[in-house]
Ligand binder design. Structure first.
Ligand code: FAD
Length: 564
């Protein structure tokens, strides 16, 4: 199963910029969105026209700790993967230190970095991963597998105070679709493949994975599995826990192999132990995934509802109906206001959304413009299937007084969804925090979780004496409930930004638990959500997870400290 990397060294492995999201030279701009600056002023009390834009520090001003790796261990690593694929370069180490949570960004931008990995290695194939793992075990080192570095749960950083040598094992060269079993719709894919790369290789063969998280461009298959990720079209294709059927995981002395089986009664499920293990059980080198023929139709339609309650009820009814859309998403009134404020003032649909046409239409229906909720429903499959799905949904929308506005906004949303993450860097430049928290809860508790998180965030803003913002949408519907995704923002004060962030983030996480939700639907646990794990899965659940890690990795070689 050793599959050779296409490149001789790691020069083709793509990384995000060290100080923020995505690639250098791409950023969020508000100048072409006339409603945005007034919106931000009202929401978080930041005047974009007068605020001084902070620039990230030049890299050489960063306080990067020295690398702690013995010449013997460095030599063992170069023997395993070649001279060109082992580095202790400061930039490489900083890029491999954090994910992209707000906490990560604030710390890296401050220039004070307490602990980085000591060395970064780029193996070419599974055999080289095995050699690195065995060398690290022999040297008593720590291994942290690295995919795209996009997680926002604190899943990557070495623990401050770790005295052992820390190796960041970058899977970036394991980036190929190895084979597709067309009879079964199963593809063997190397774990380091980034979303666009693996999807392009599948498209060439007429297949799609159908897994499109908002971080798609900068996250990897192995990372998705290790964090139990969920893509936007999960209503149709499933979460990664459903999609990933077979796994190869390099562990000390050998490879754990889970064959791809559609379903099995061999419990407890080792496959499920690996999914969401955040690097703590070994290095995932290959995943066999369910793939699908590229559908004839991939449409996203937009709808408006008069208010959040009707939007929520409609999503629940859609999930109970015979319709099986690929996306069910409805924004609450605040998020709808935000979406309209970020529309460009150009022409066509943007103008329809931001101009006077839409408000006039809604006023005529007797709707309060401050309450309206924007929804996107996706239909994928054959022409007749997509049409039938839409007919069922249209009837439910009508029953709940909703209004369809066609495909235009859906196209806009689809185009800009991968650009939205740049907004957080922009807000940080302007001295404001913007971050997210997501949960899932049964239908009967969703409204309470939503209102509870709002109240908790407001309480936190009041405690900090700030004008703050929170907004939400429902995404990823299931038979018994759905995911709620919250975005919050506030202006930093003079004090410690992380301490302020903690007040807001903790209040929201606790509200999830208190109202019947989970601590995370698809971002994982890491260090960020770990304090709430016991309340989520009980003390007995935490004990079981601890025992698993303790017996599978008694020396704490693999990404110690994360999850529990
Ligand atoms: P990394 O961040 O590199 O690693 C994450 C964890 O997985 C670490 O513990 C690491 O050690 C481990 N790991 C990585 N690769 C391996 C491997 N091969 N073997 C063993 N362990 C491994 N998530 C979603 O699910 N849906 C979304 O829509 C979504 N949107 C996002 C939007 C933004 C703007 C951001 C910043 C994040 C978003 N995320 C989303 C979170 C993030 O993209 C996911 O957690 C993703 O799955 C991480 O993948 P990665 O390859 O970047 O992993």
């Amino acid at each position: 199963t050793d599959e050779k990397a296409t490149s001789a060294d790691h020069s083709t492995v793509k990384h995000m910029k060290w100080w923020g999201w995505g690639v250098e030279g791409v950023g969020f701009h508000h100048e072409d969105k006339p409603d945005f600056a007034p919106f931000v002023l009202k929401a978080v009390d930041v005047d974009l026209w007068t605020a001084t834009k902070a620039q990230p520090l030049p890299f050489d001003k960063l306080d990067v700790p020295d690398s702690n790796v013995s010449p013997e261990f460095f030599a063992a690593l170069t023997a395993a993967v070649g001279d060109d694929n082992v580095t202790s370069d400061a930039m490489d180490r900083v890029v491999h230190t954090f994910g992209k949570s707000l906490r990560d960004l604030v710390r890296v931008r401050s220039g004070k970095i307490e602990r980085t990995p000591d060395v970064v290695v780029y193996p070419a194939d599974e055999a080289q991963v095995q050699s690195v793992v065995d060398a690290a075990v022999a040297a008593g080192a720590v291994i942290i597998p690295f995919g795209g570095g996009s997680n926002i749960a604190g899943s990557l950083e070495p623990i401050v105070g770790e005295t052992r040598t820390v190796v960041s094992l970058d899977l970036g060269r394991l980036n190929r679709v190895i084979e597709v079993d067309a009879d079964s719709g199963l593809a063997r894919i190397q774990a380091g493949a980034l979303g666009p790369d693996l999807e392009a290789q599948l498209t060439e063969r007429g297949w799609t994975l159908g897994h499109f998280p908002d971080s798609f461009t900068h996250s990897t298959l192995g990372g998705w599995v290790a964090t139990r990720s969920s893509g936007m079209q999960s209503d149709k294709y499933g979460d990664i826990a459903d999609i990933a059927r077979g796994l190869r995981v390099v562990r000390p002395g050998g490879t754990l192999v889970i064959r791809a089986i559609p379903s099995a009664s061999t419990g407890p499920s080792v496959r499920e132990m690996i999914v969401g293990s955040e690097g703590r059980l070994g290095v995932i080198t290959e995943v066999t995934v369910q793939v699908h023929r590229i559908p004839e139709k991939r449409d996203i339609y937009a709808y408006f509802f008069p208010n959040w309650a009707t939007g929520l009820k409609a999503m629940q009814e859609i999930s109970e109906s015979d319709a099986a859309p690929s996306i069910t998403r409805v924004s609450d009134a605040r998020e709808t206001g935000f979406s309209l404020a970020t529309s460009k003032a150009s022409k066509g649909m943007s103008k329809f959304l931001s101009g006077t046409v839409l408000p006039t239409l809604m006023k005529r229906k007797g709707w309060n413009l401050d309450d309206i909720c924007l929804s996107f429903i996706g239909y994928e499959g054959g022409e007749a299937h997509a049409k039938r799905q839409k007919a069922i949904v249209d009837a439910i929308v009508k029953k709940h007084n909703g209004m369809g506005v066609g495909k235009g906004p859906g196209v806009l949303y689809d185009q800009k969804k991968f650009d939205t993450p740049y907004l957080r860097d922009f807000l940080l430049d302007m001295g404001a925090a913007g971050d997210v928290s997501e949960t899932a809860a049964p239908w009967s508790k969703l409204a309470a979780v939503h209102d509870g998180a709002y109240a908790a965030a407001q309480g936190a803003f009041d405690k900090l004496g700030k004008v703050g913002w929170i907004m939400s949408h429902l995404s990823h519907s299931y038979h018994s409930g759905a995911c709620l995704y919250f975005t919050f923002a506030f202006k930093f004060g003079e004090g410690d930004p992380i301490a302020e962030y903690d007040v807001v983030k903790s209040a929201i996480q606790q509200a999830f638990i208190d109202n019947g939700g989970t601590i995370s639907h698809h971002h994982g646990v890491g260090l960020e959500h770990s304090p709430w794990l016991e309340q989520d899965i009980s003390a007995g659940g935490v004990d079981l997870v601890k025992s698993l890690f303790a017996s599978a990795d008694p020396d704490g070689t693999f990404n110690p400290g994360k999850i529990v």
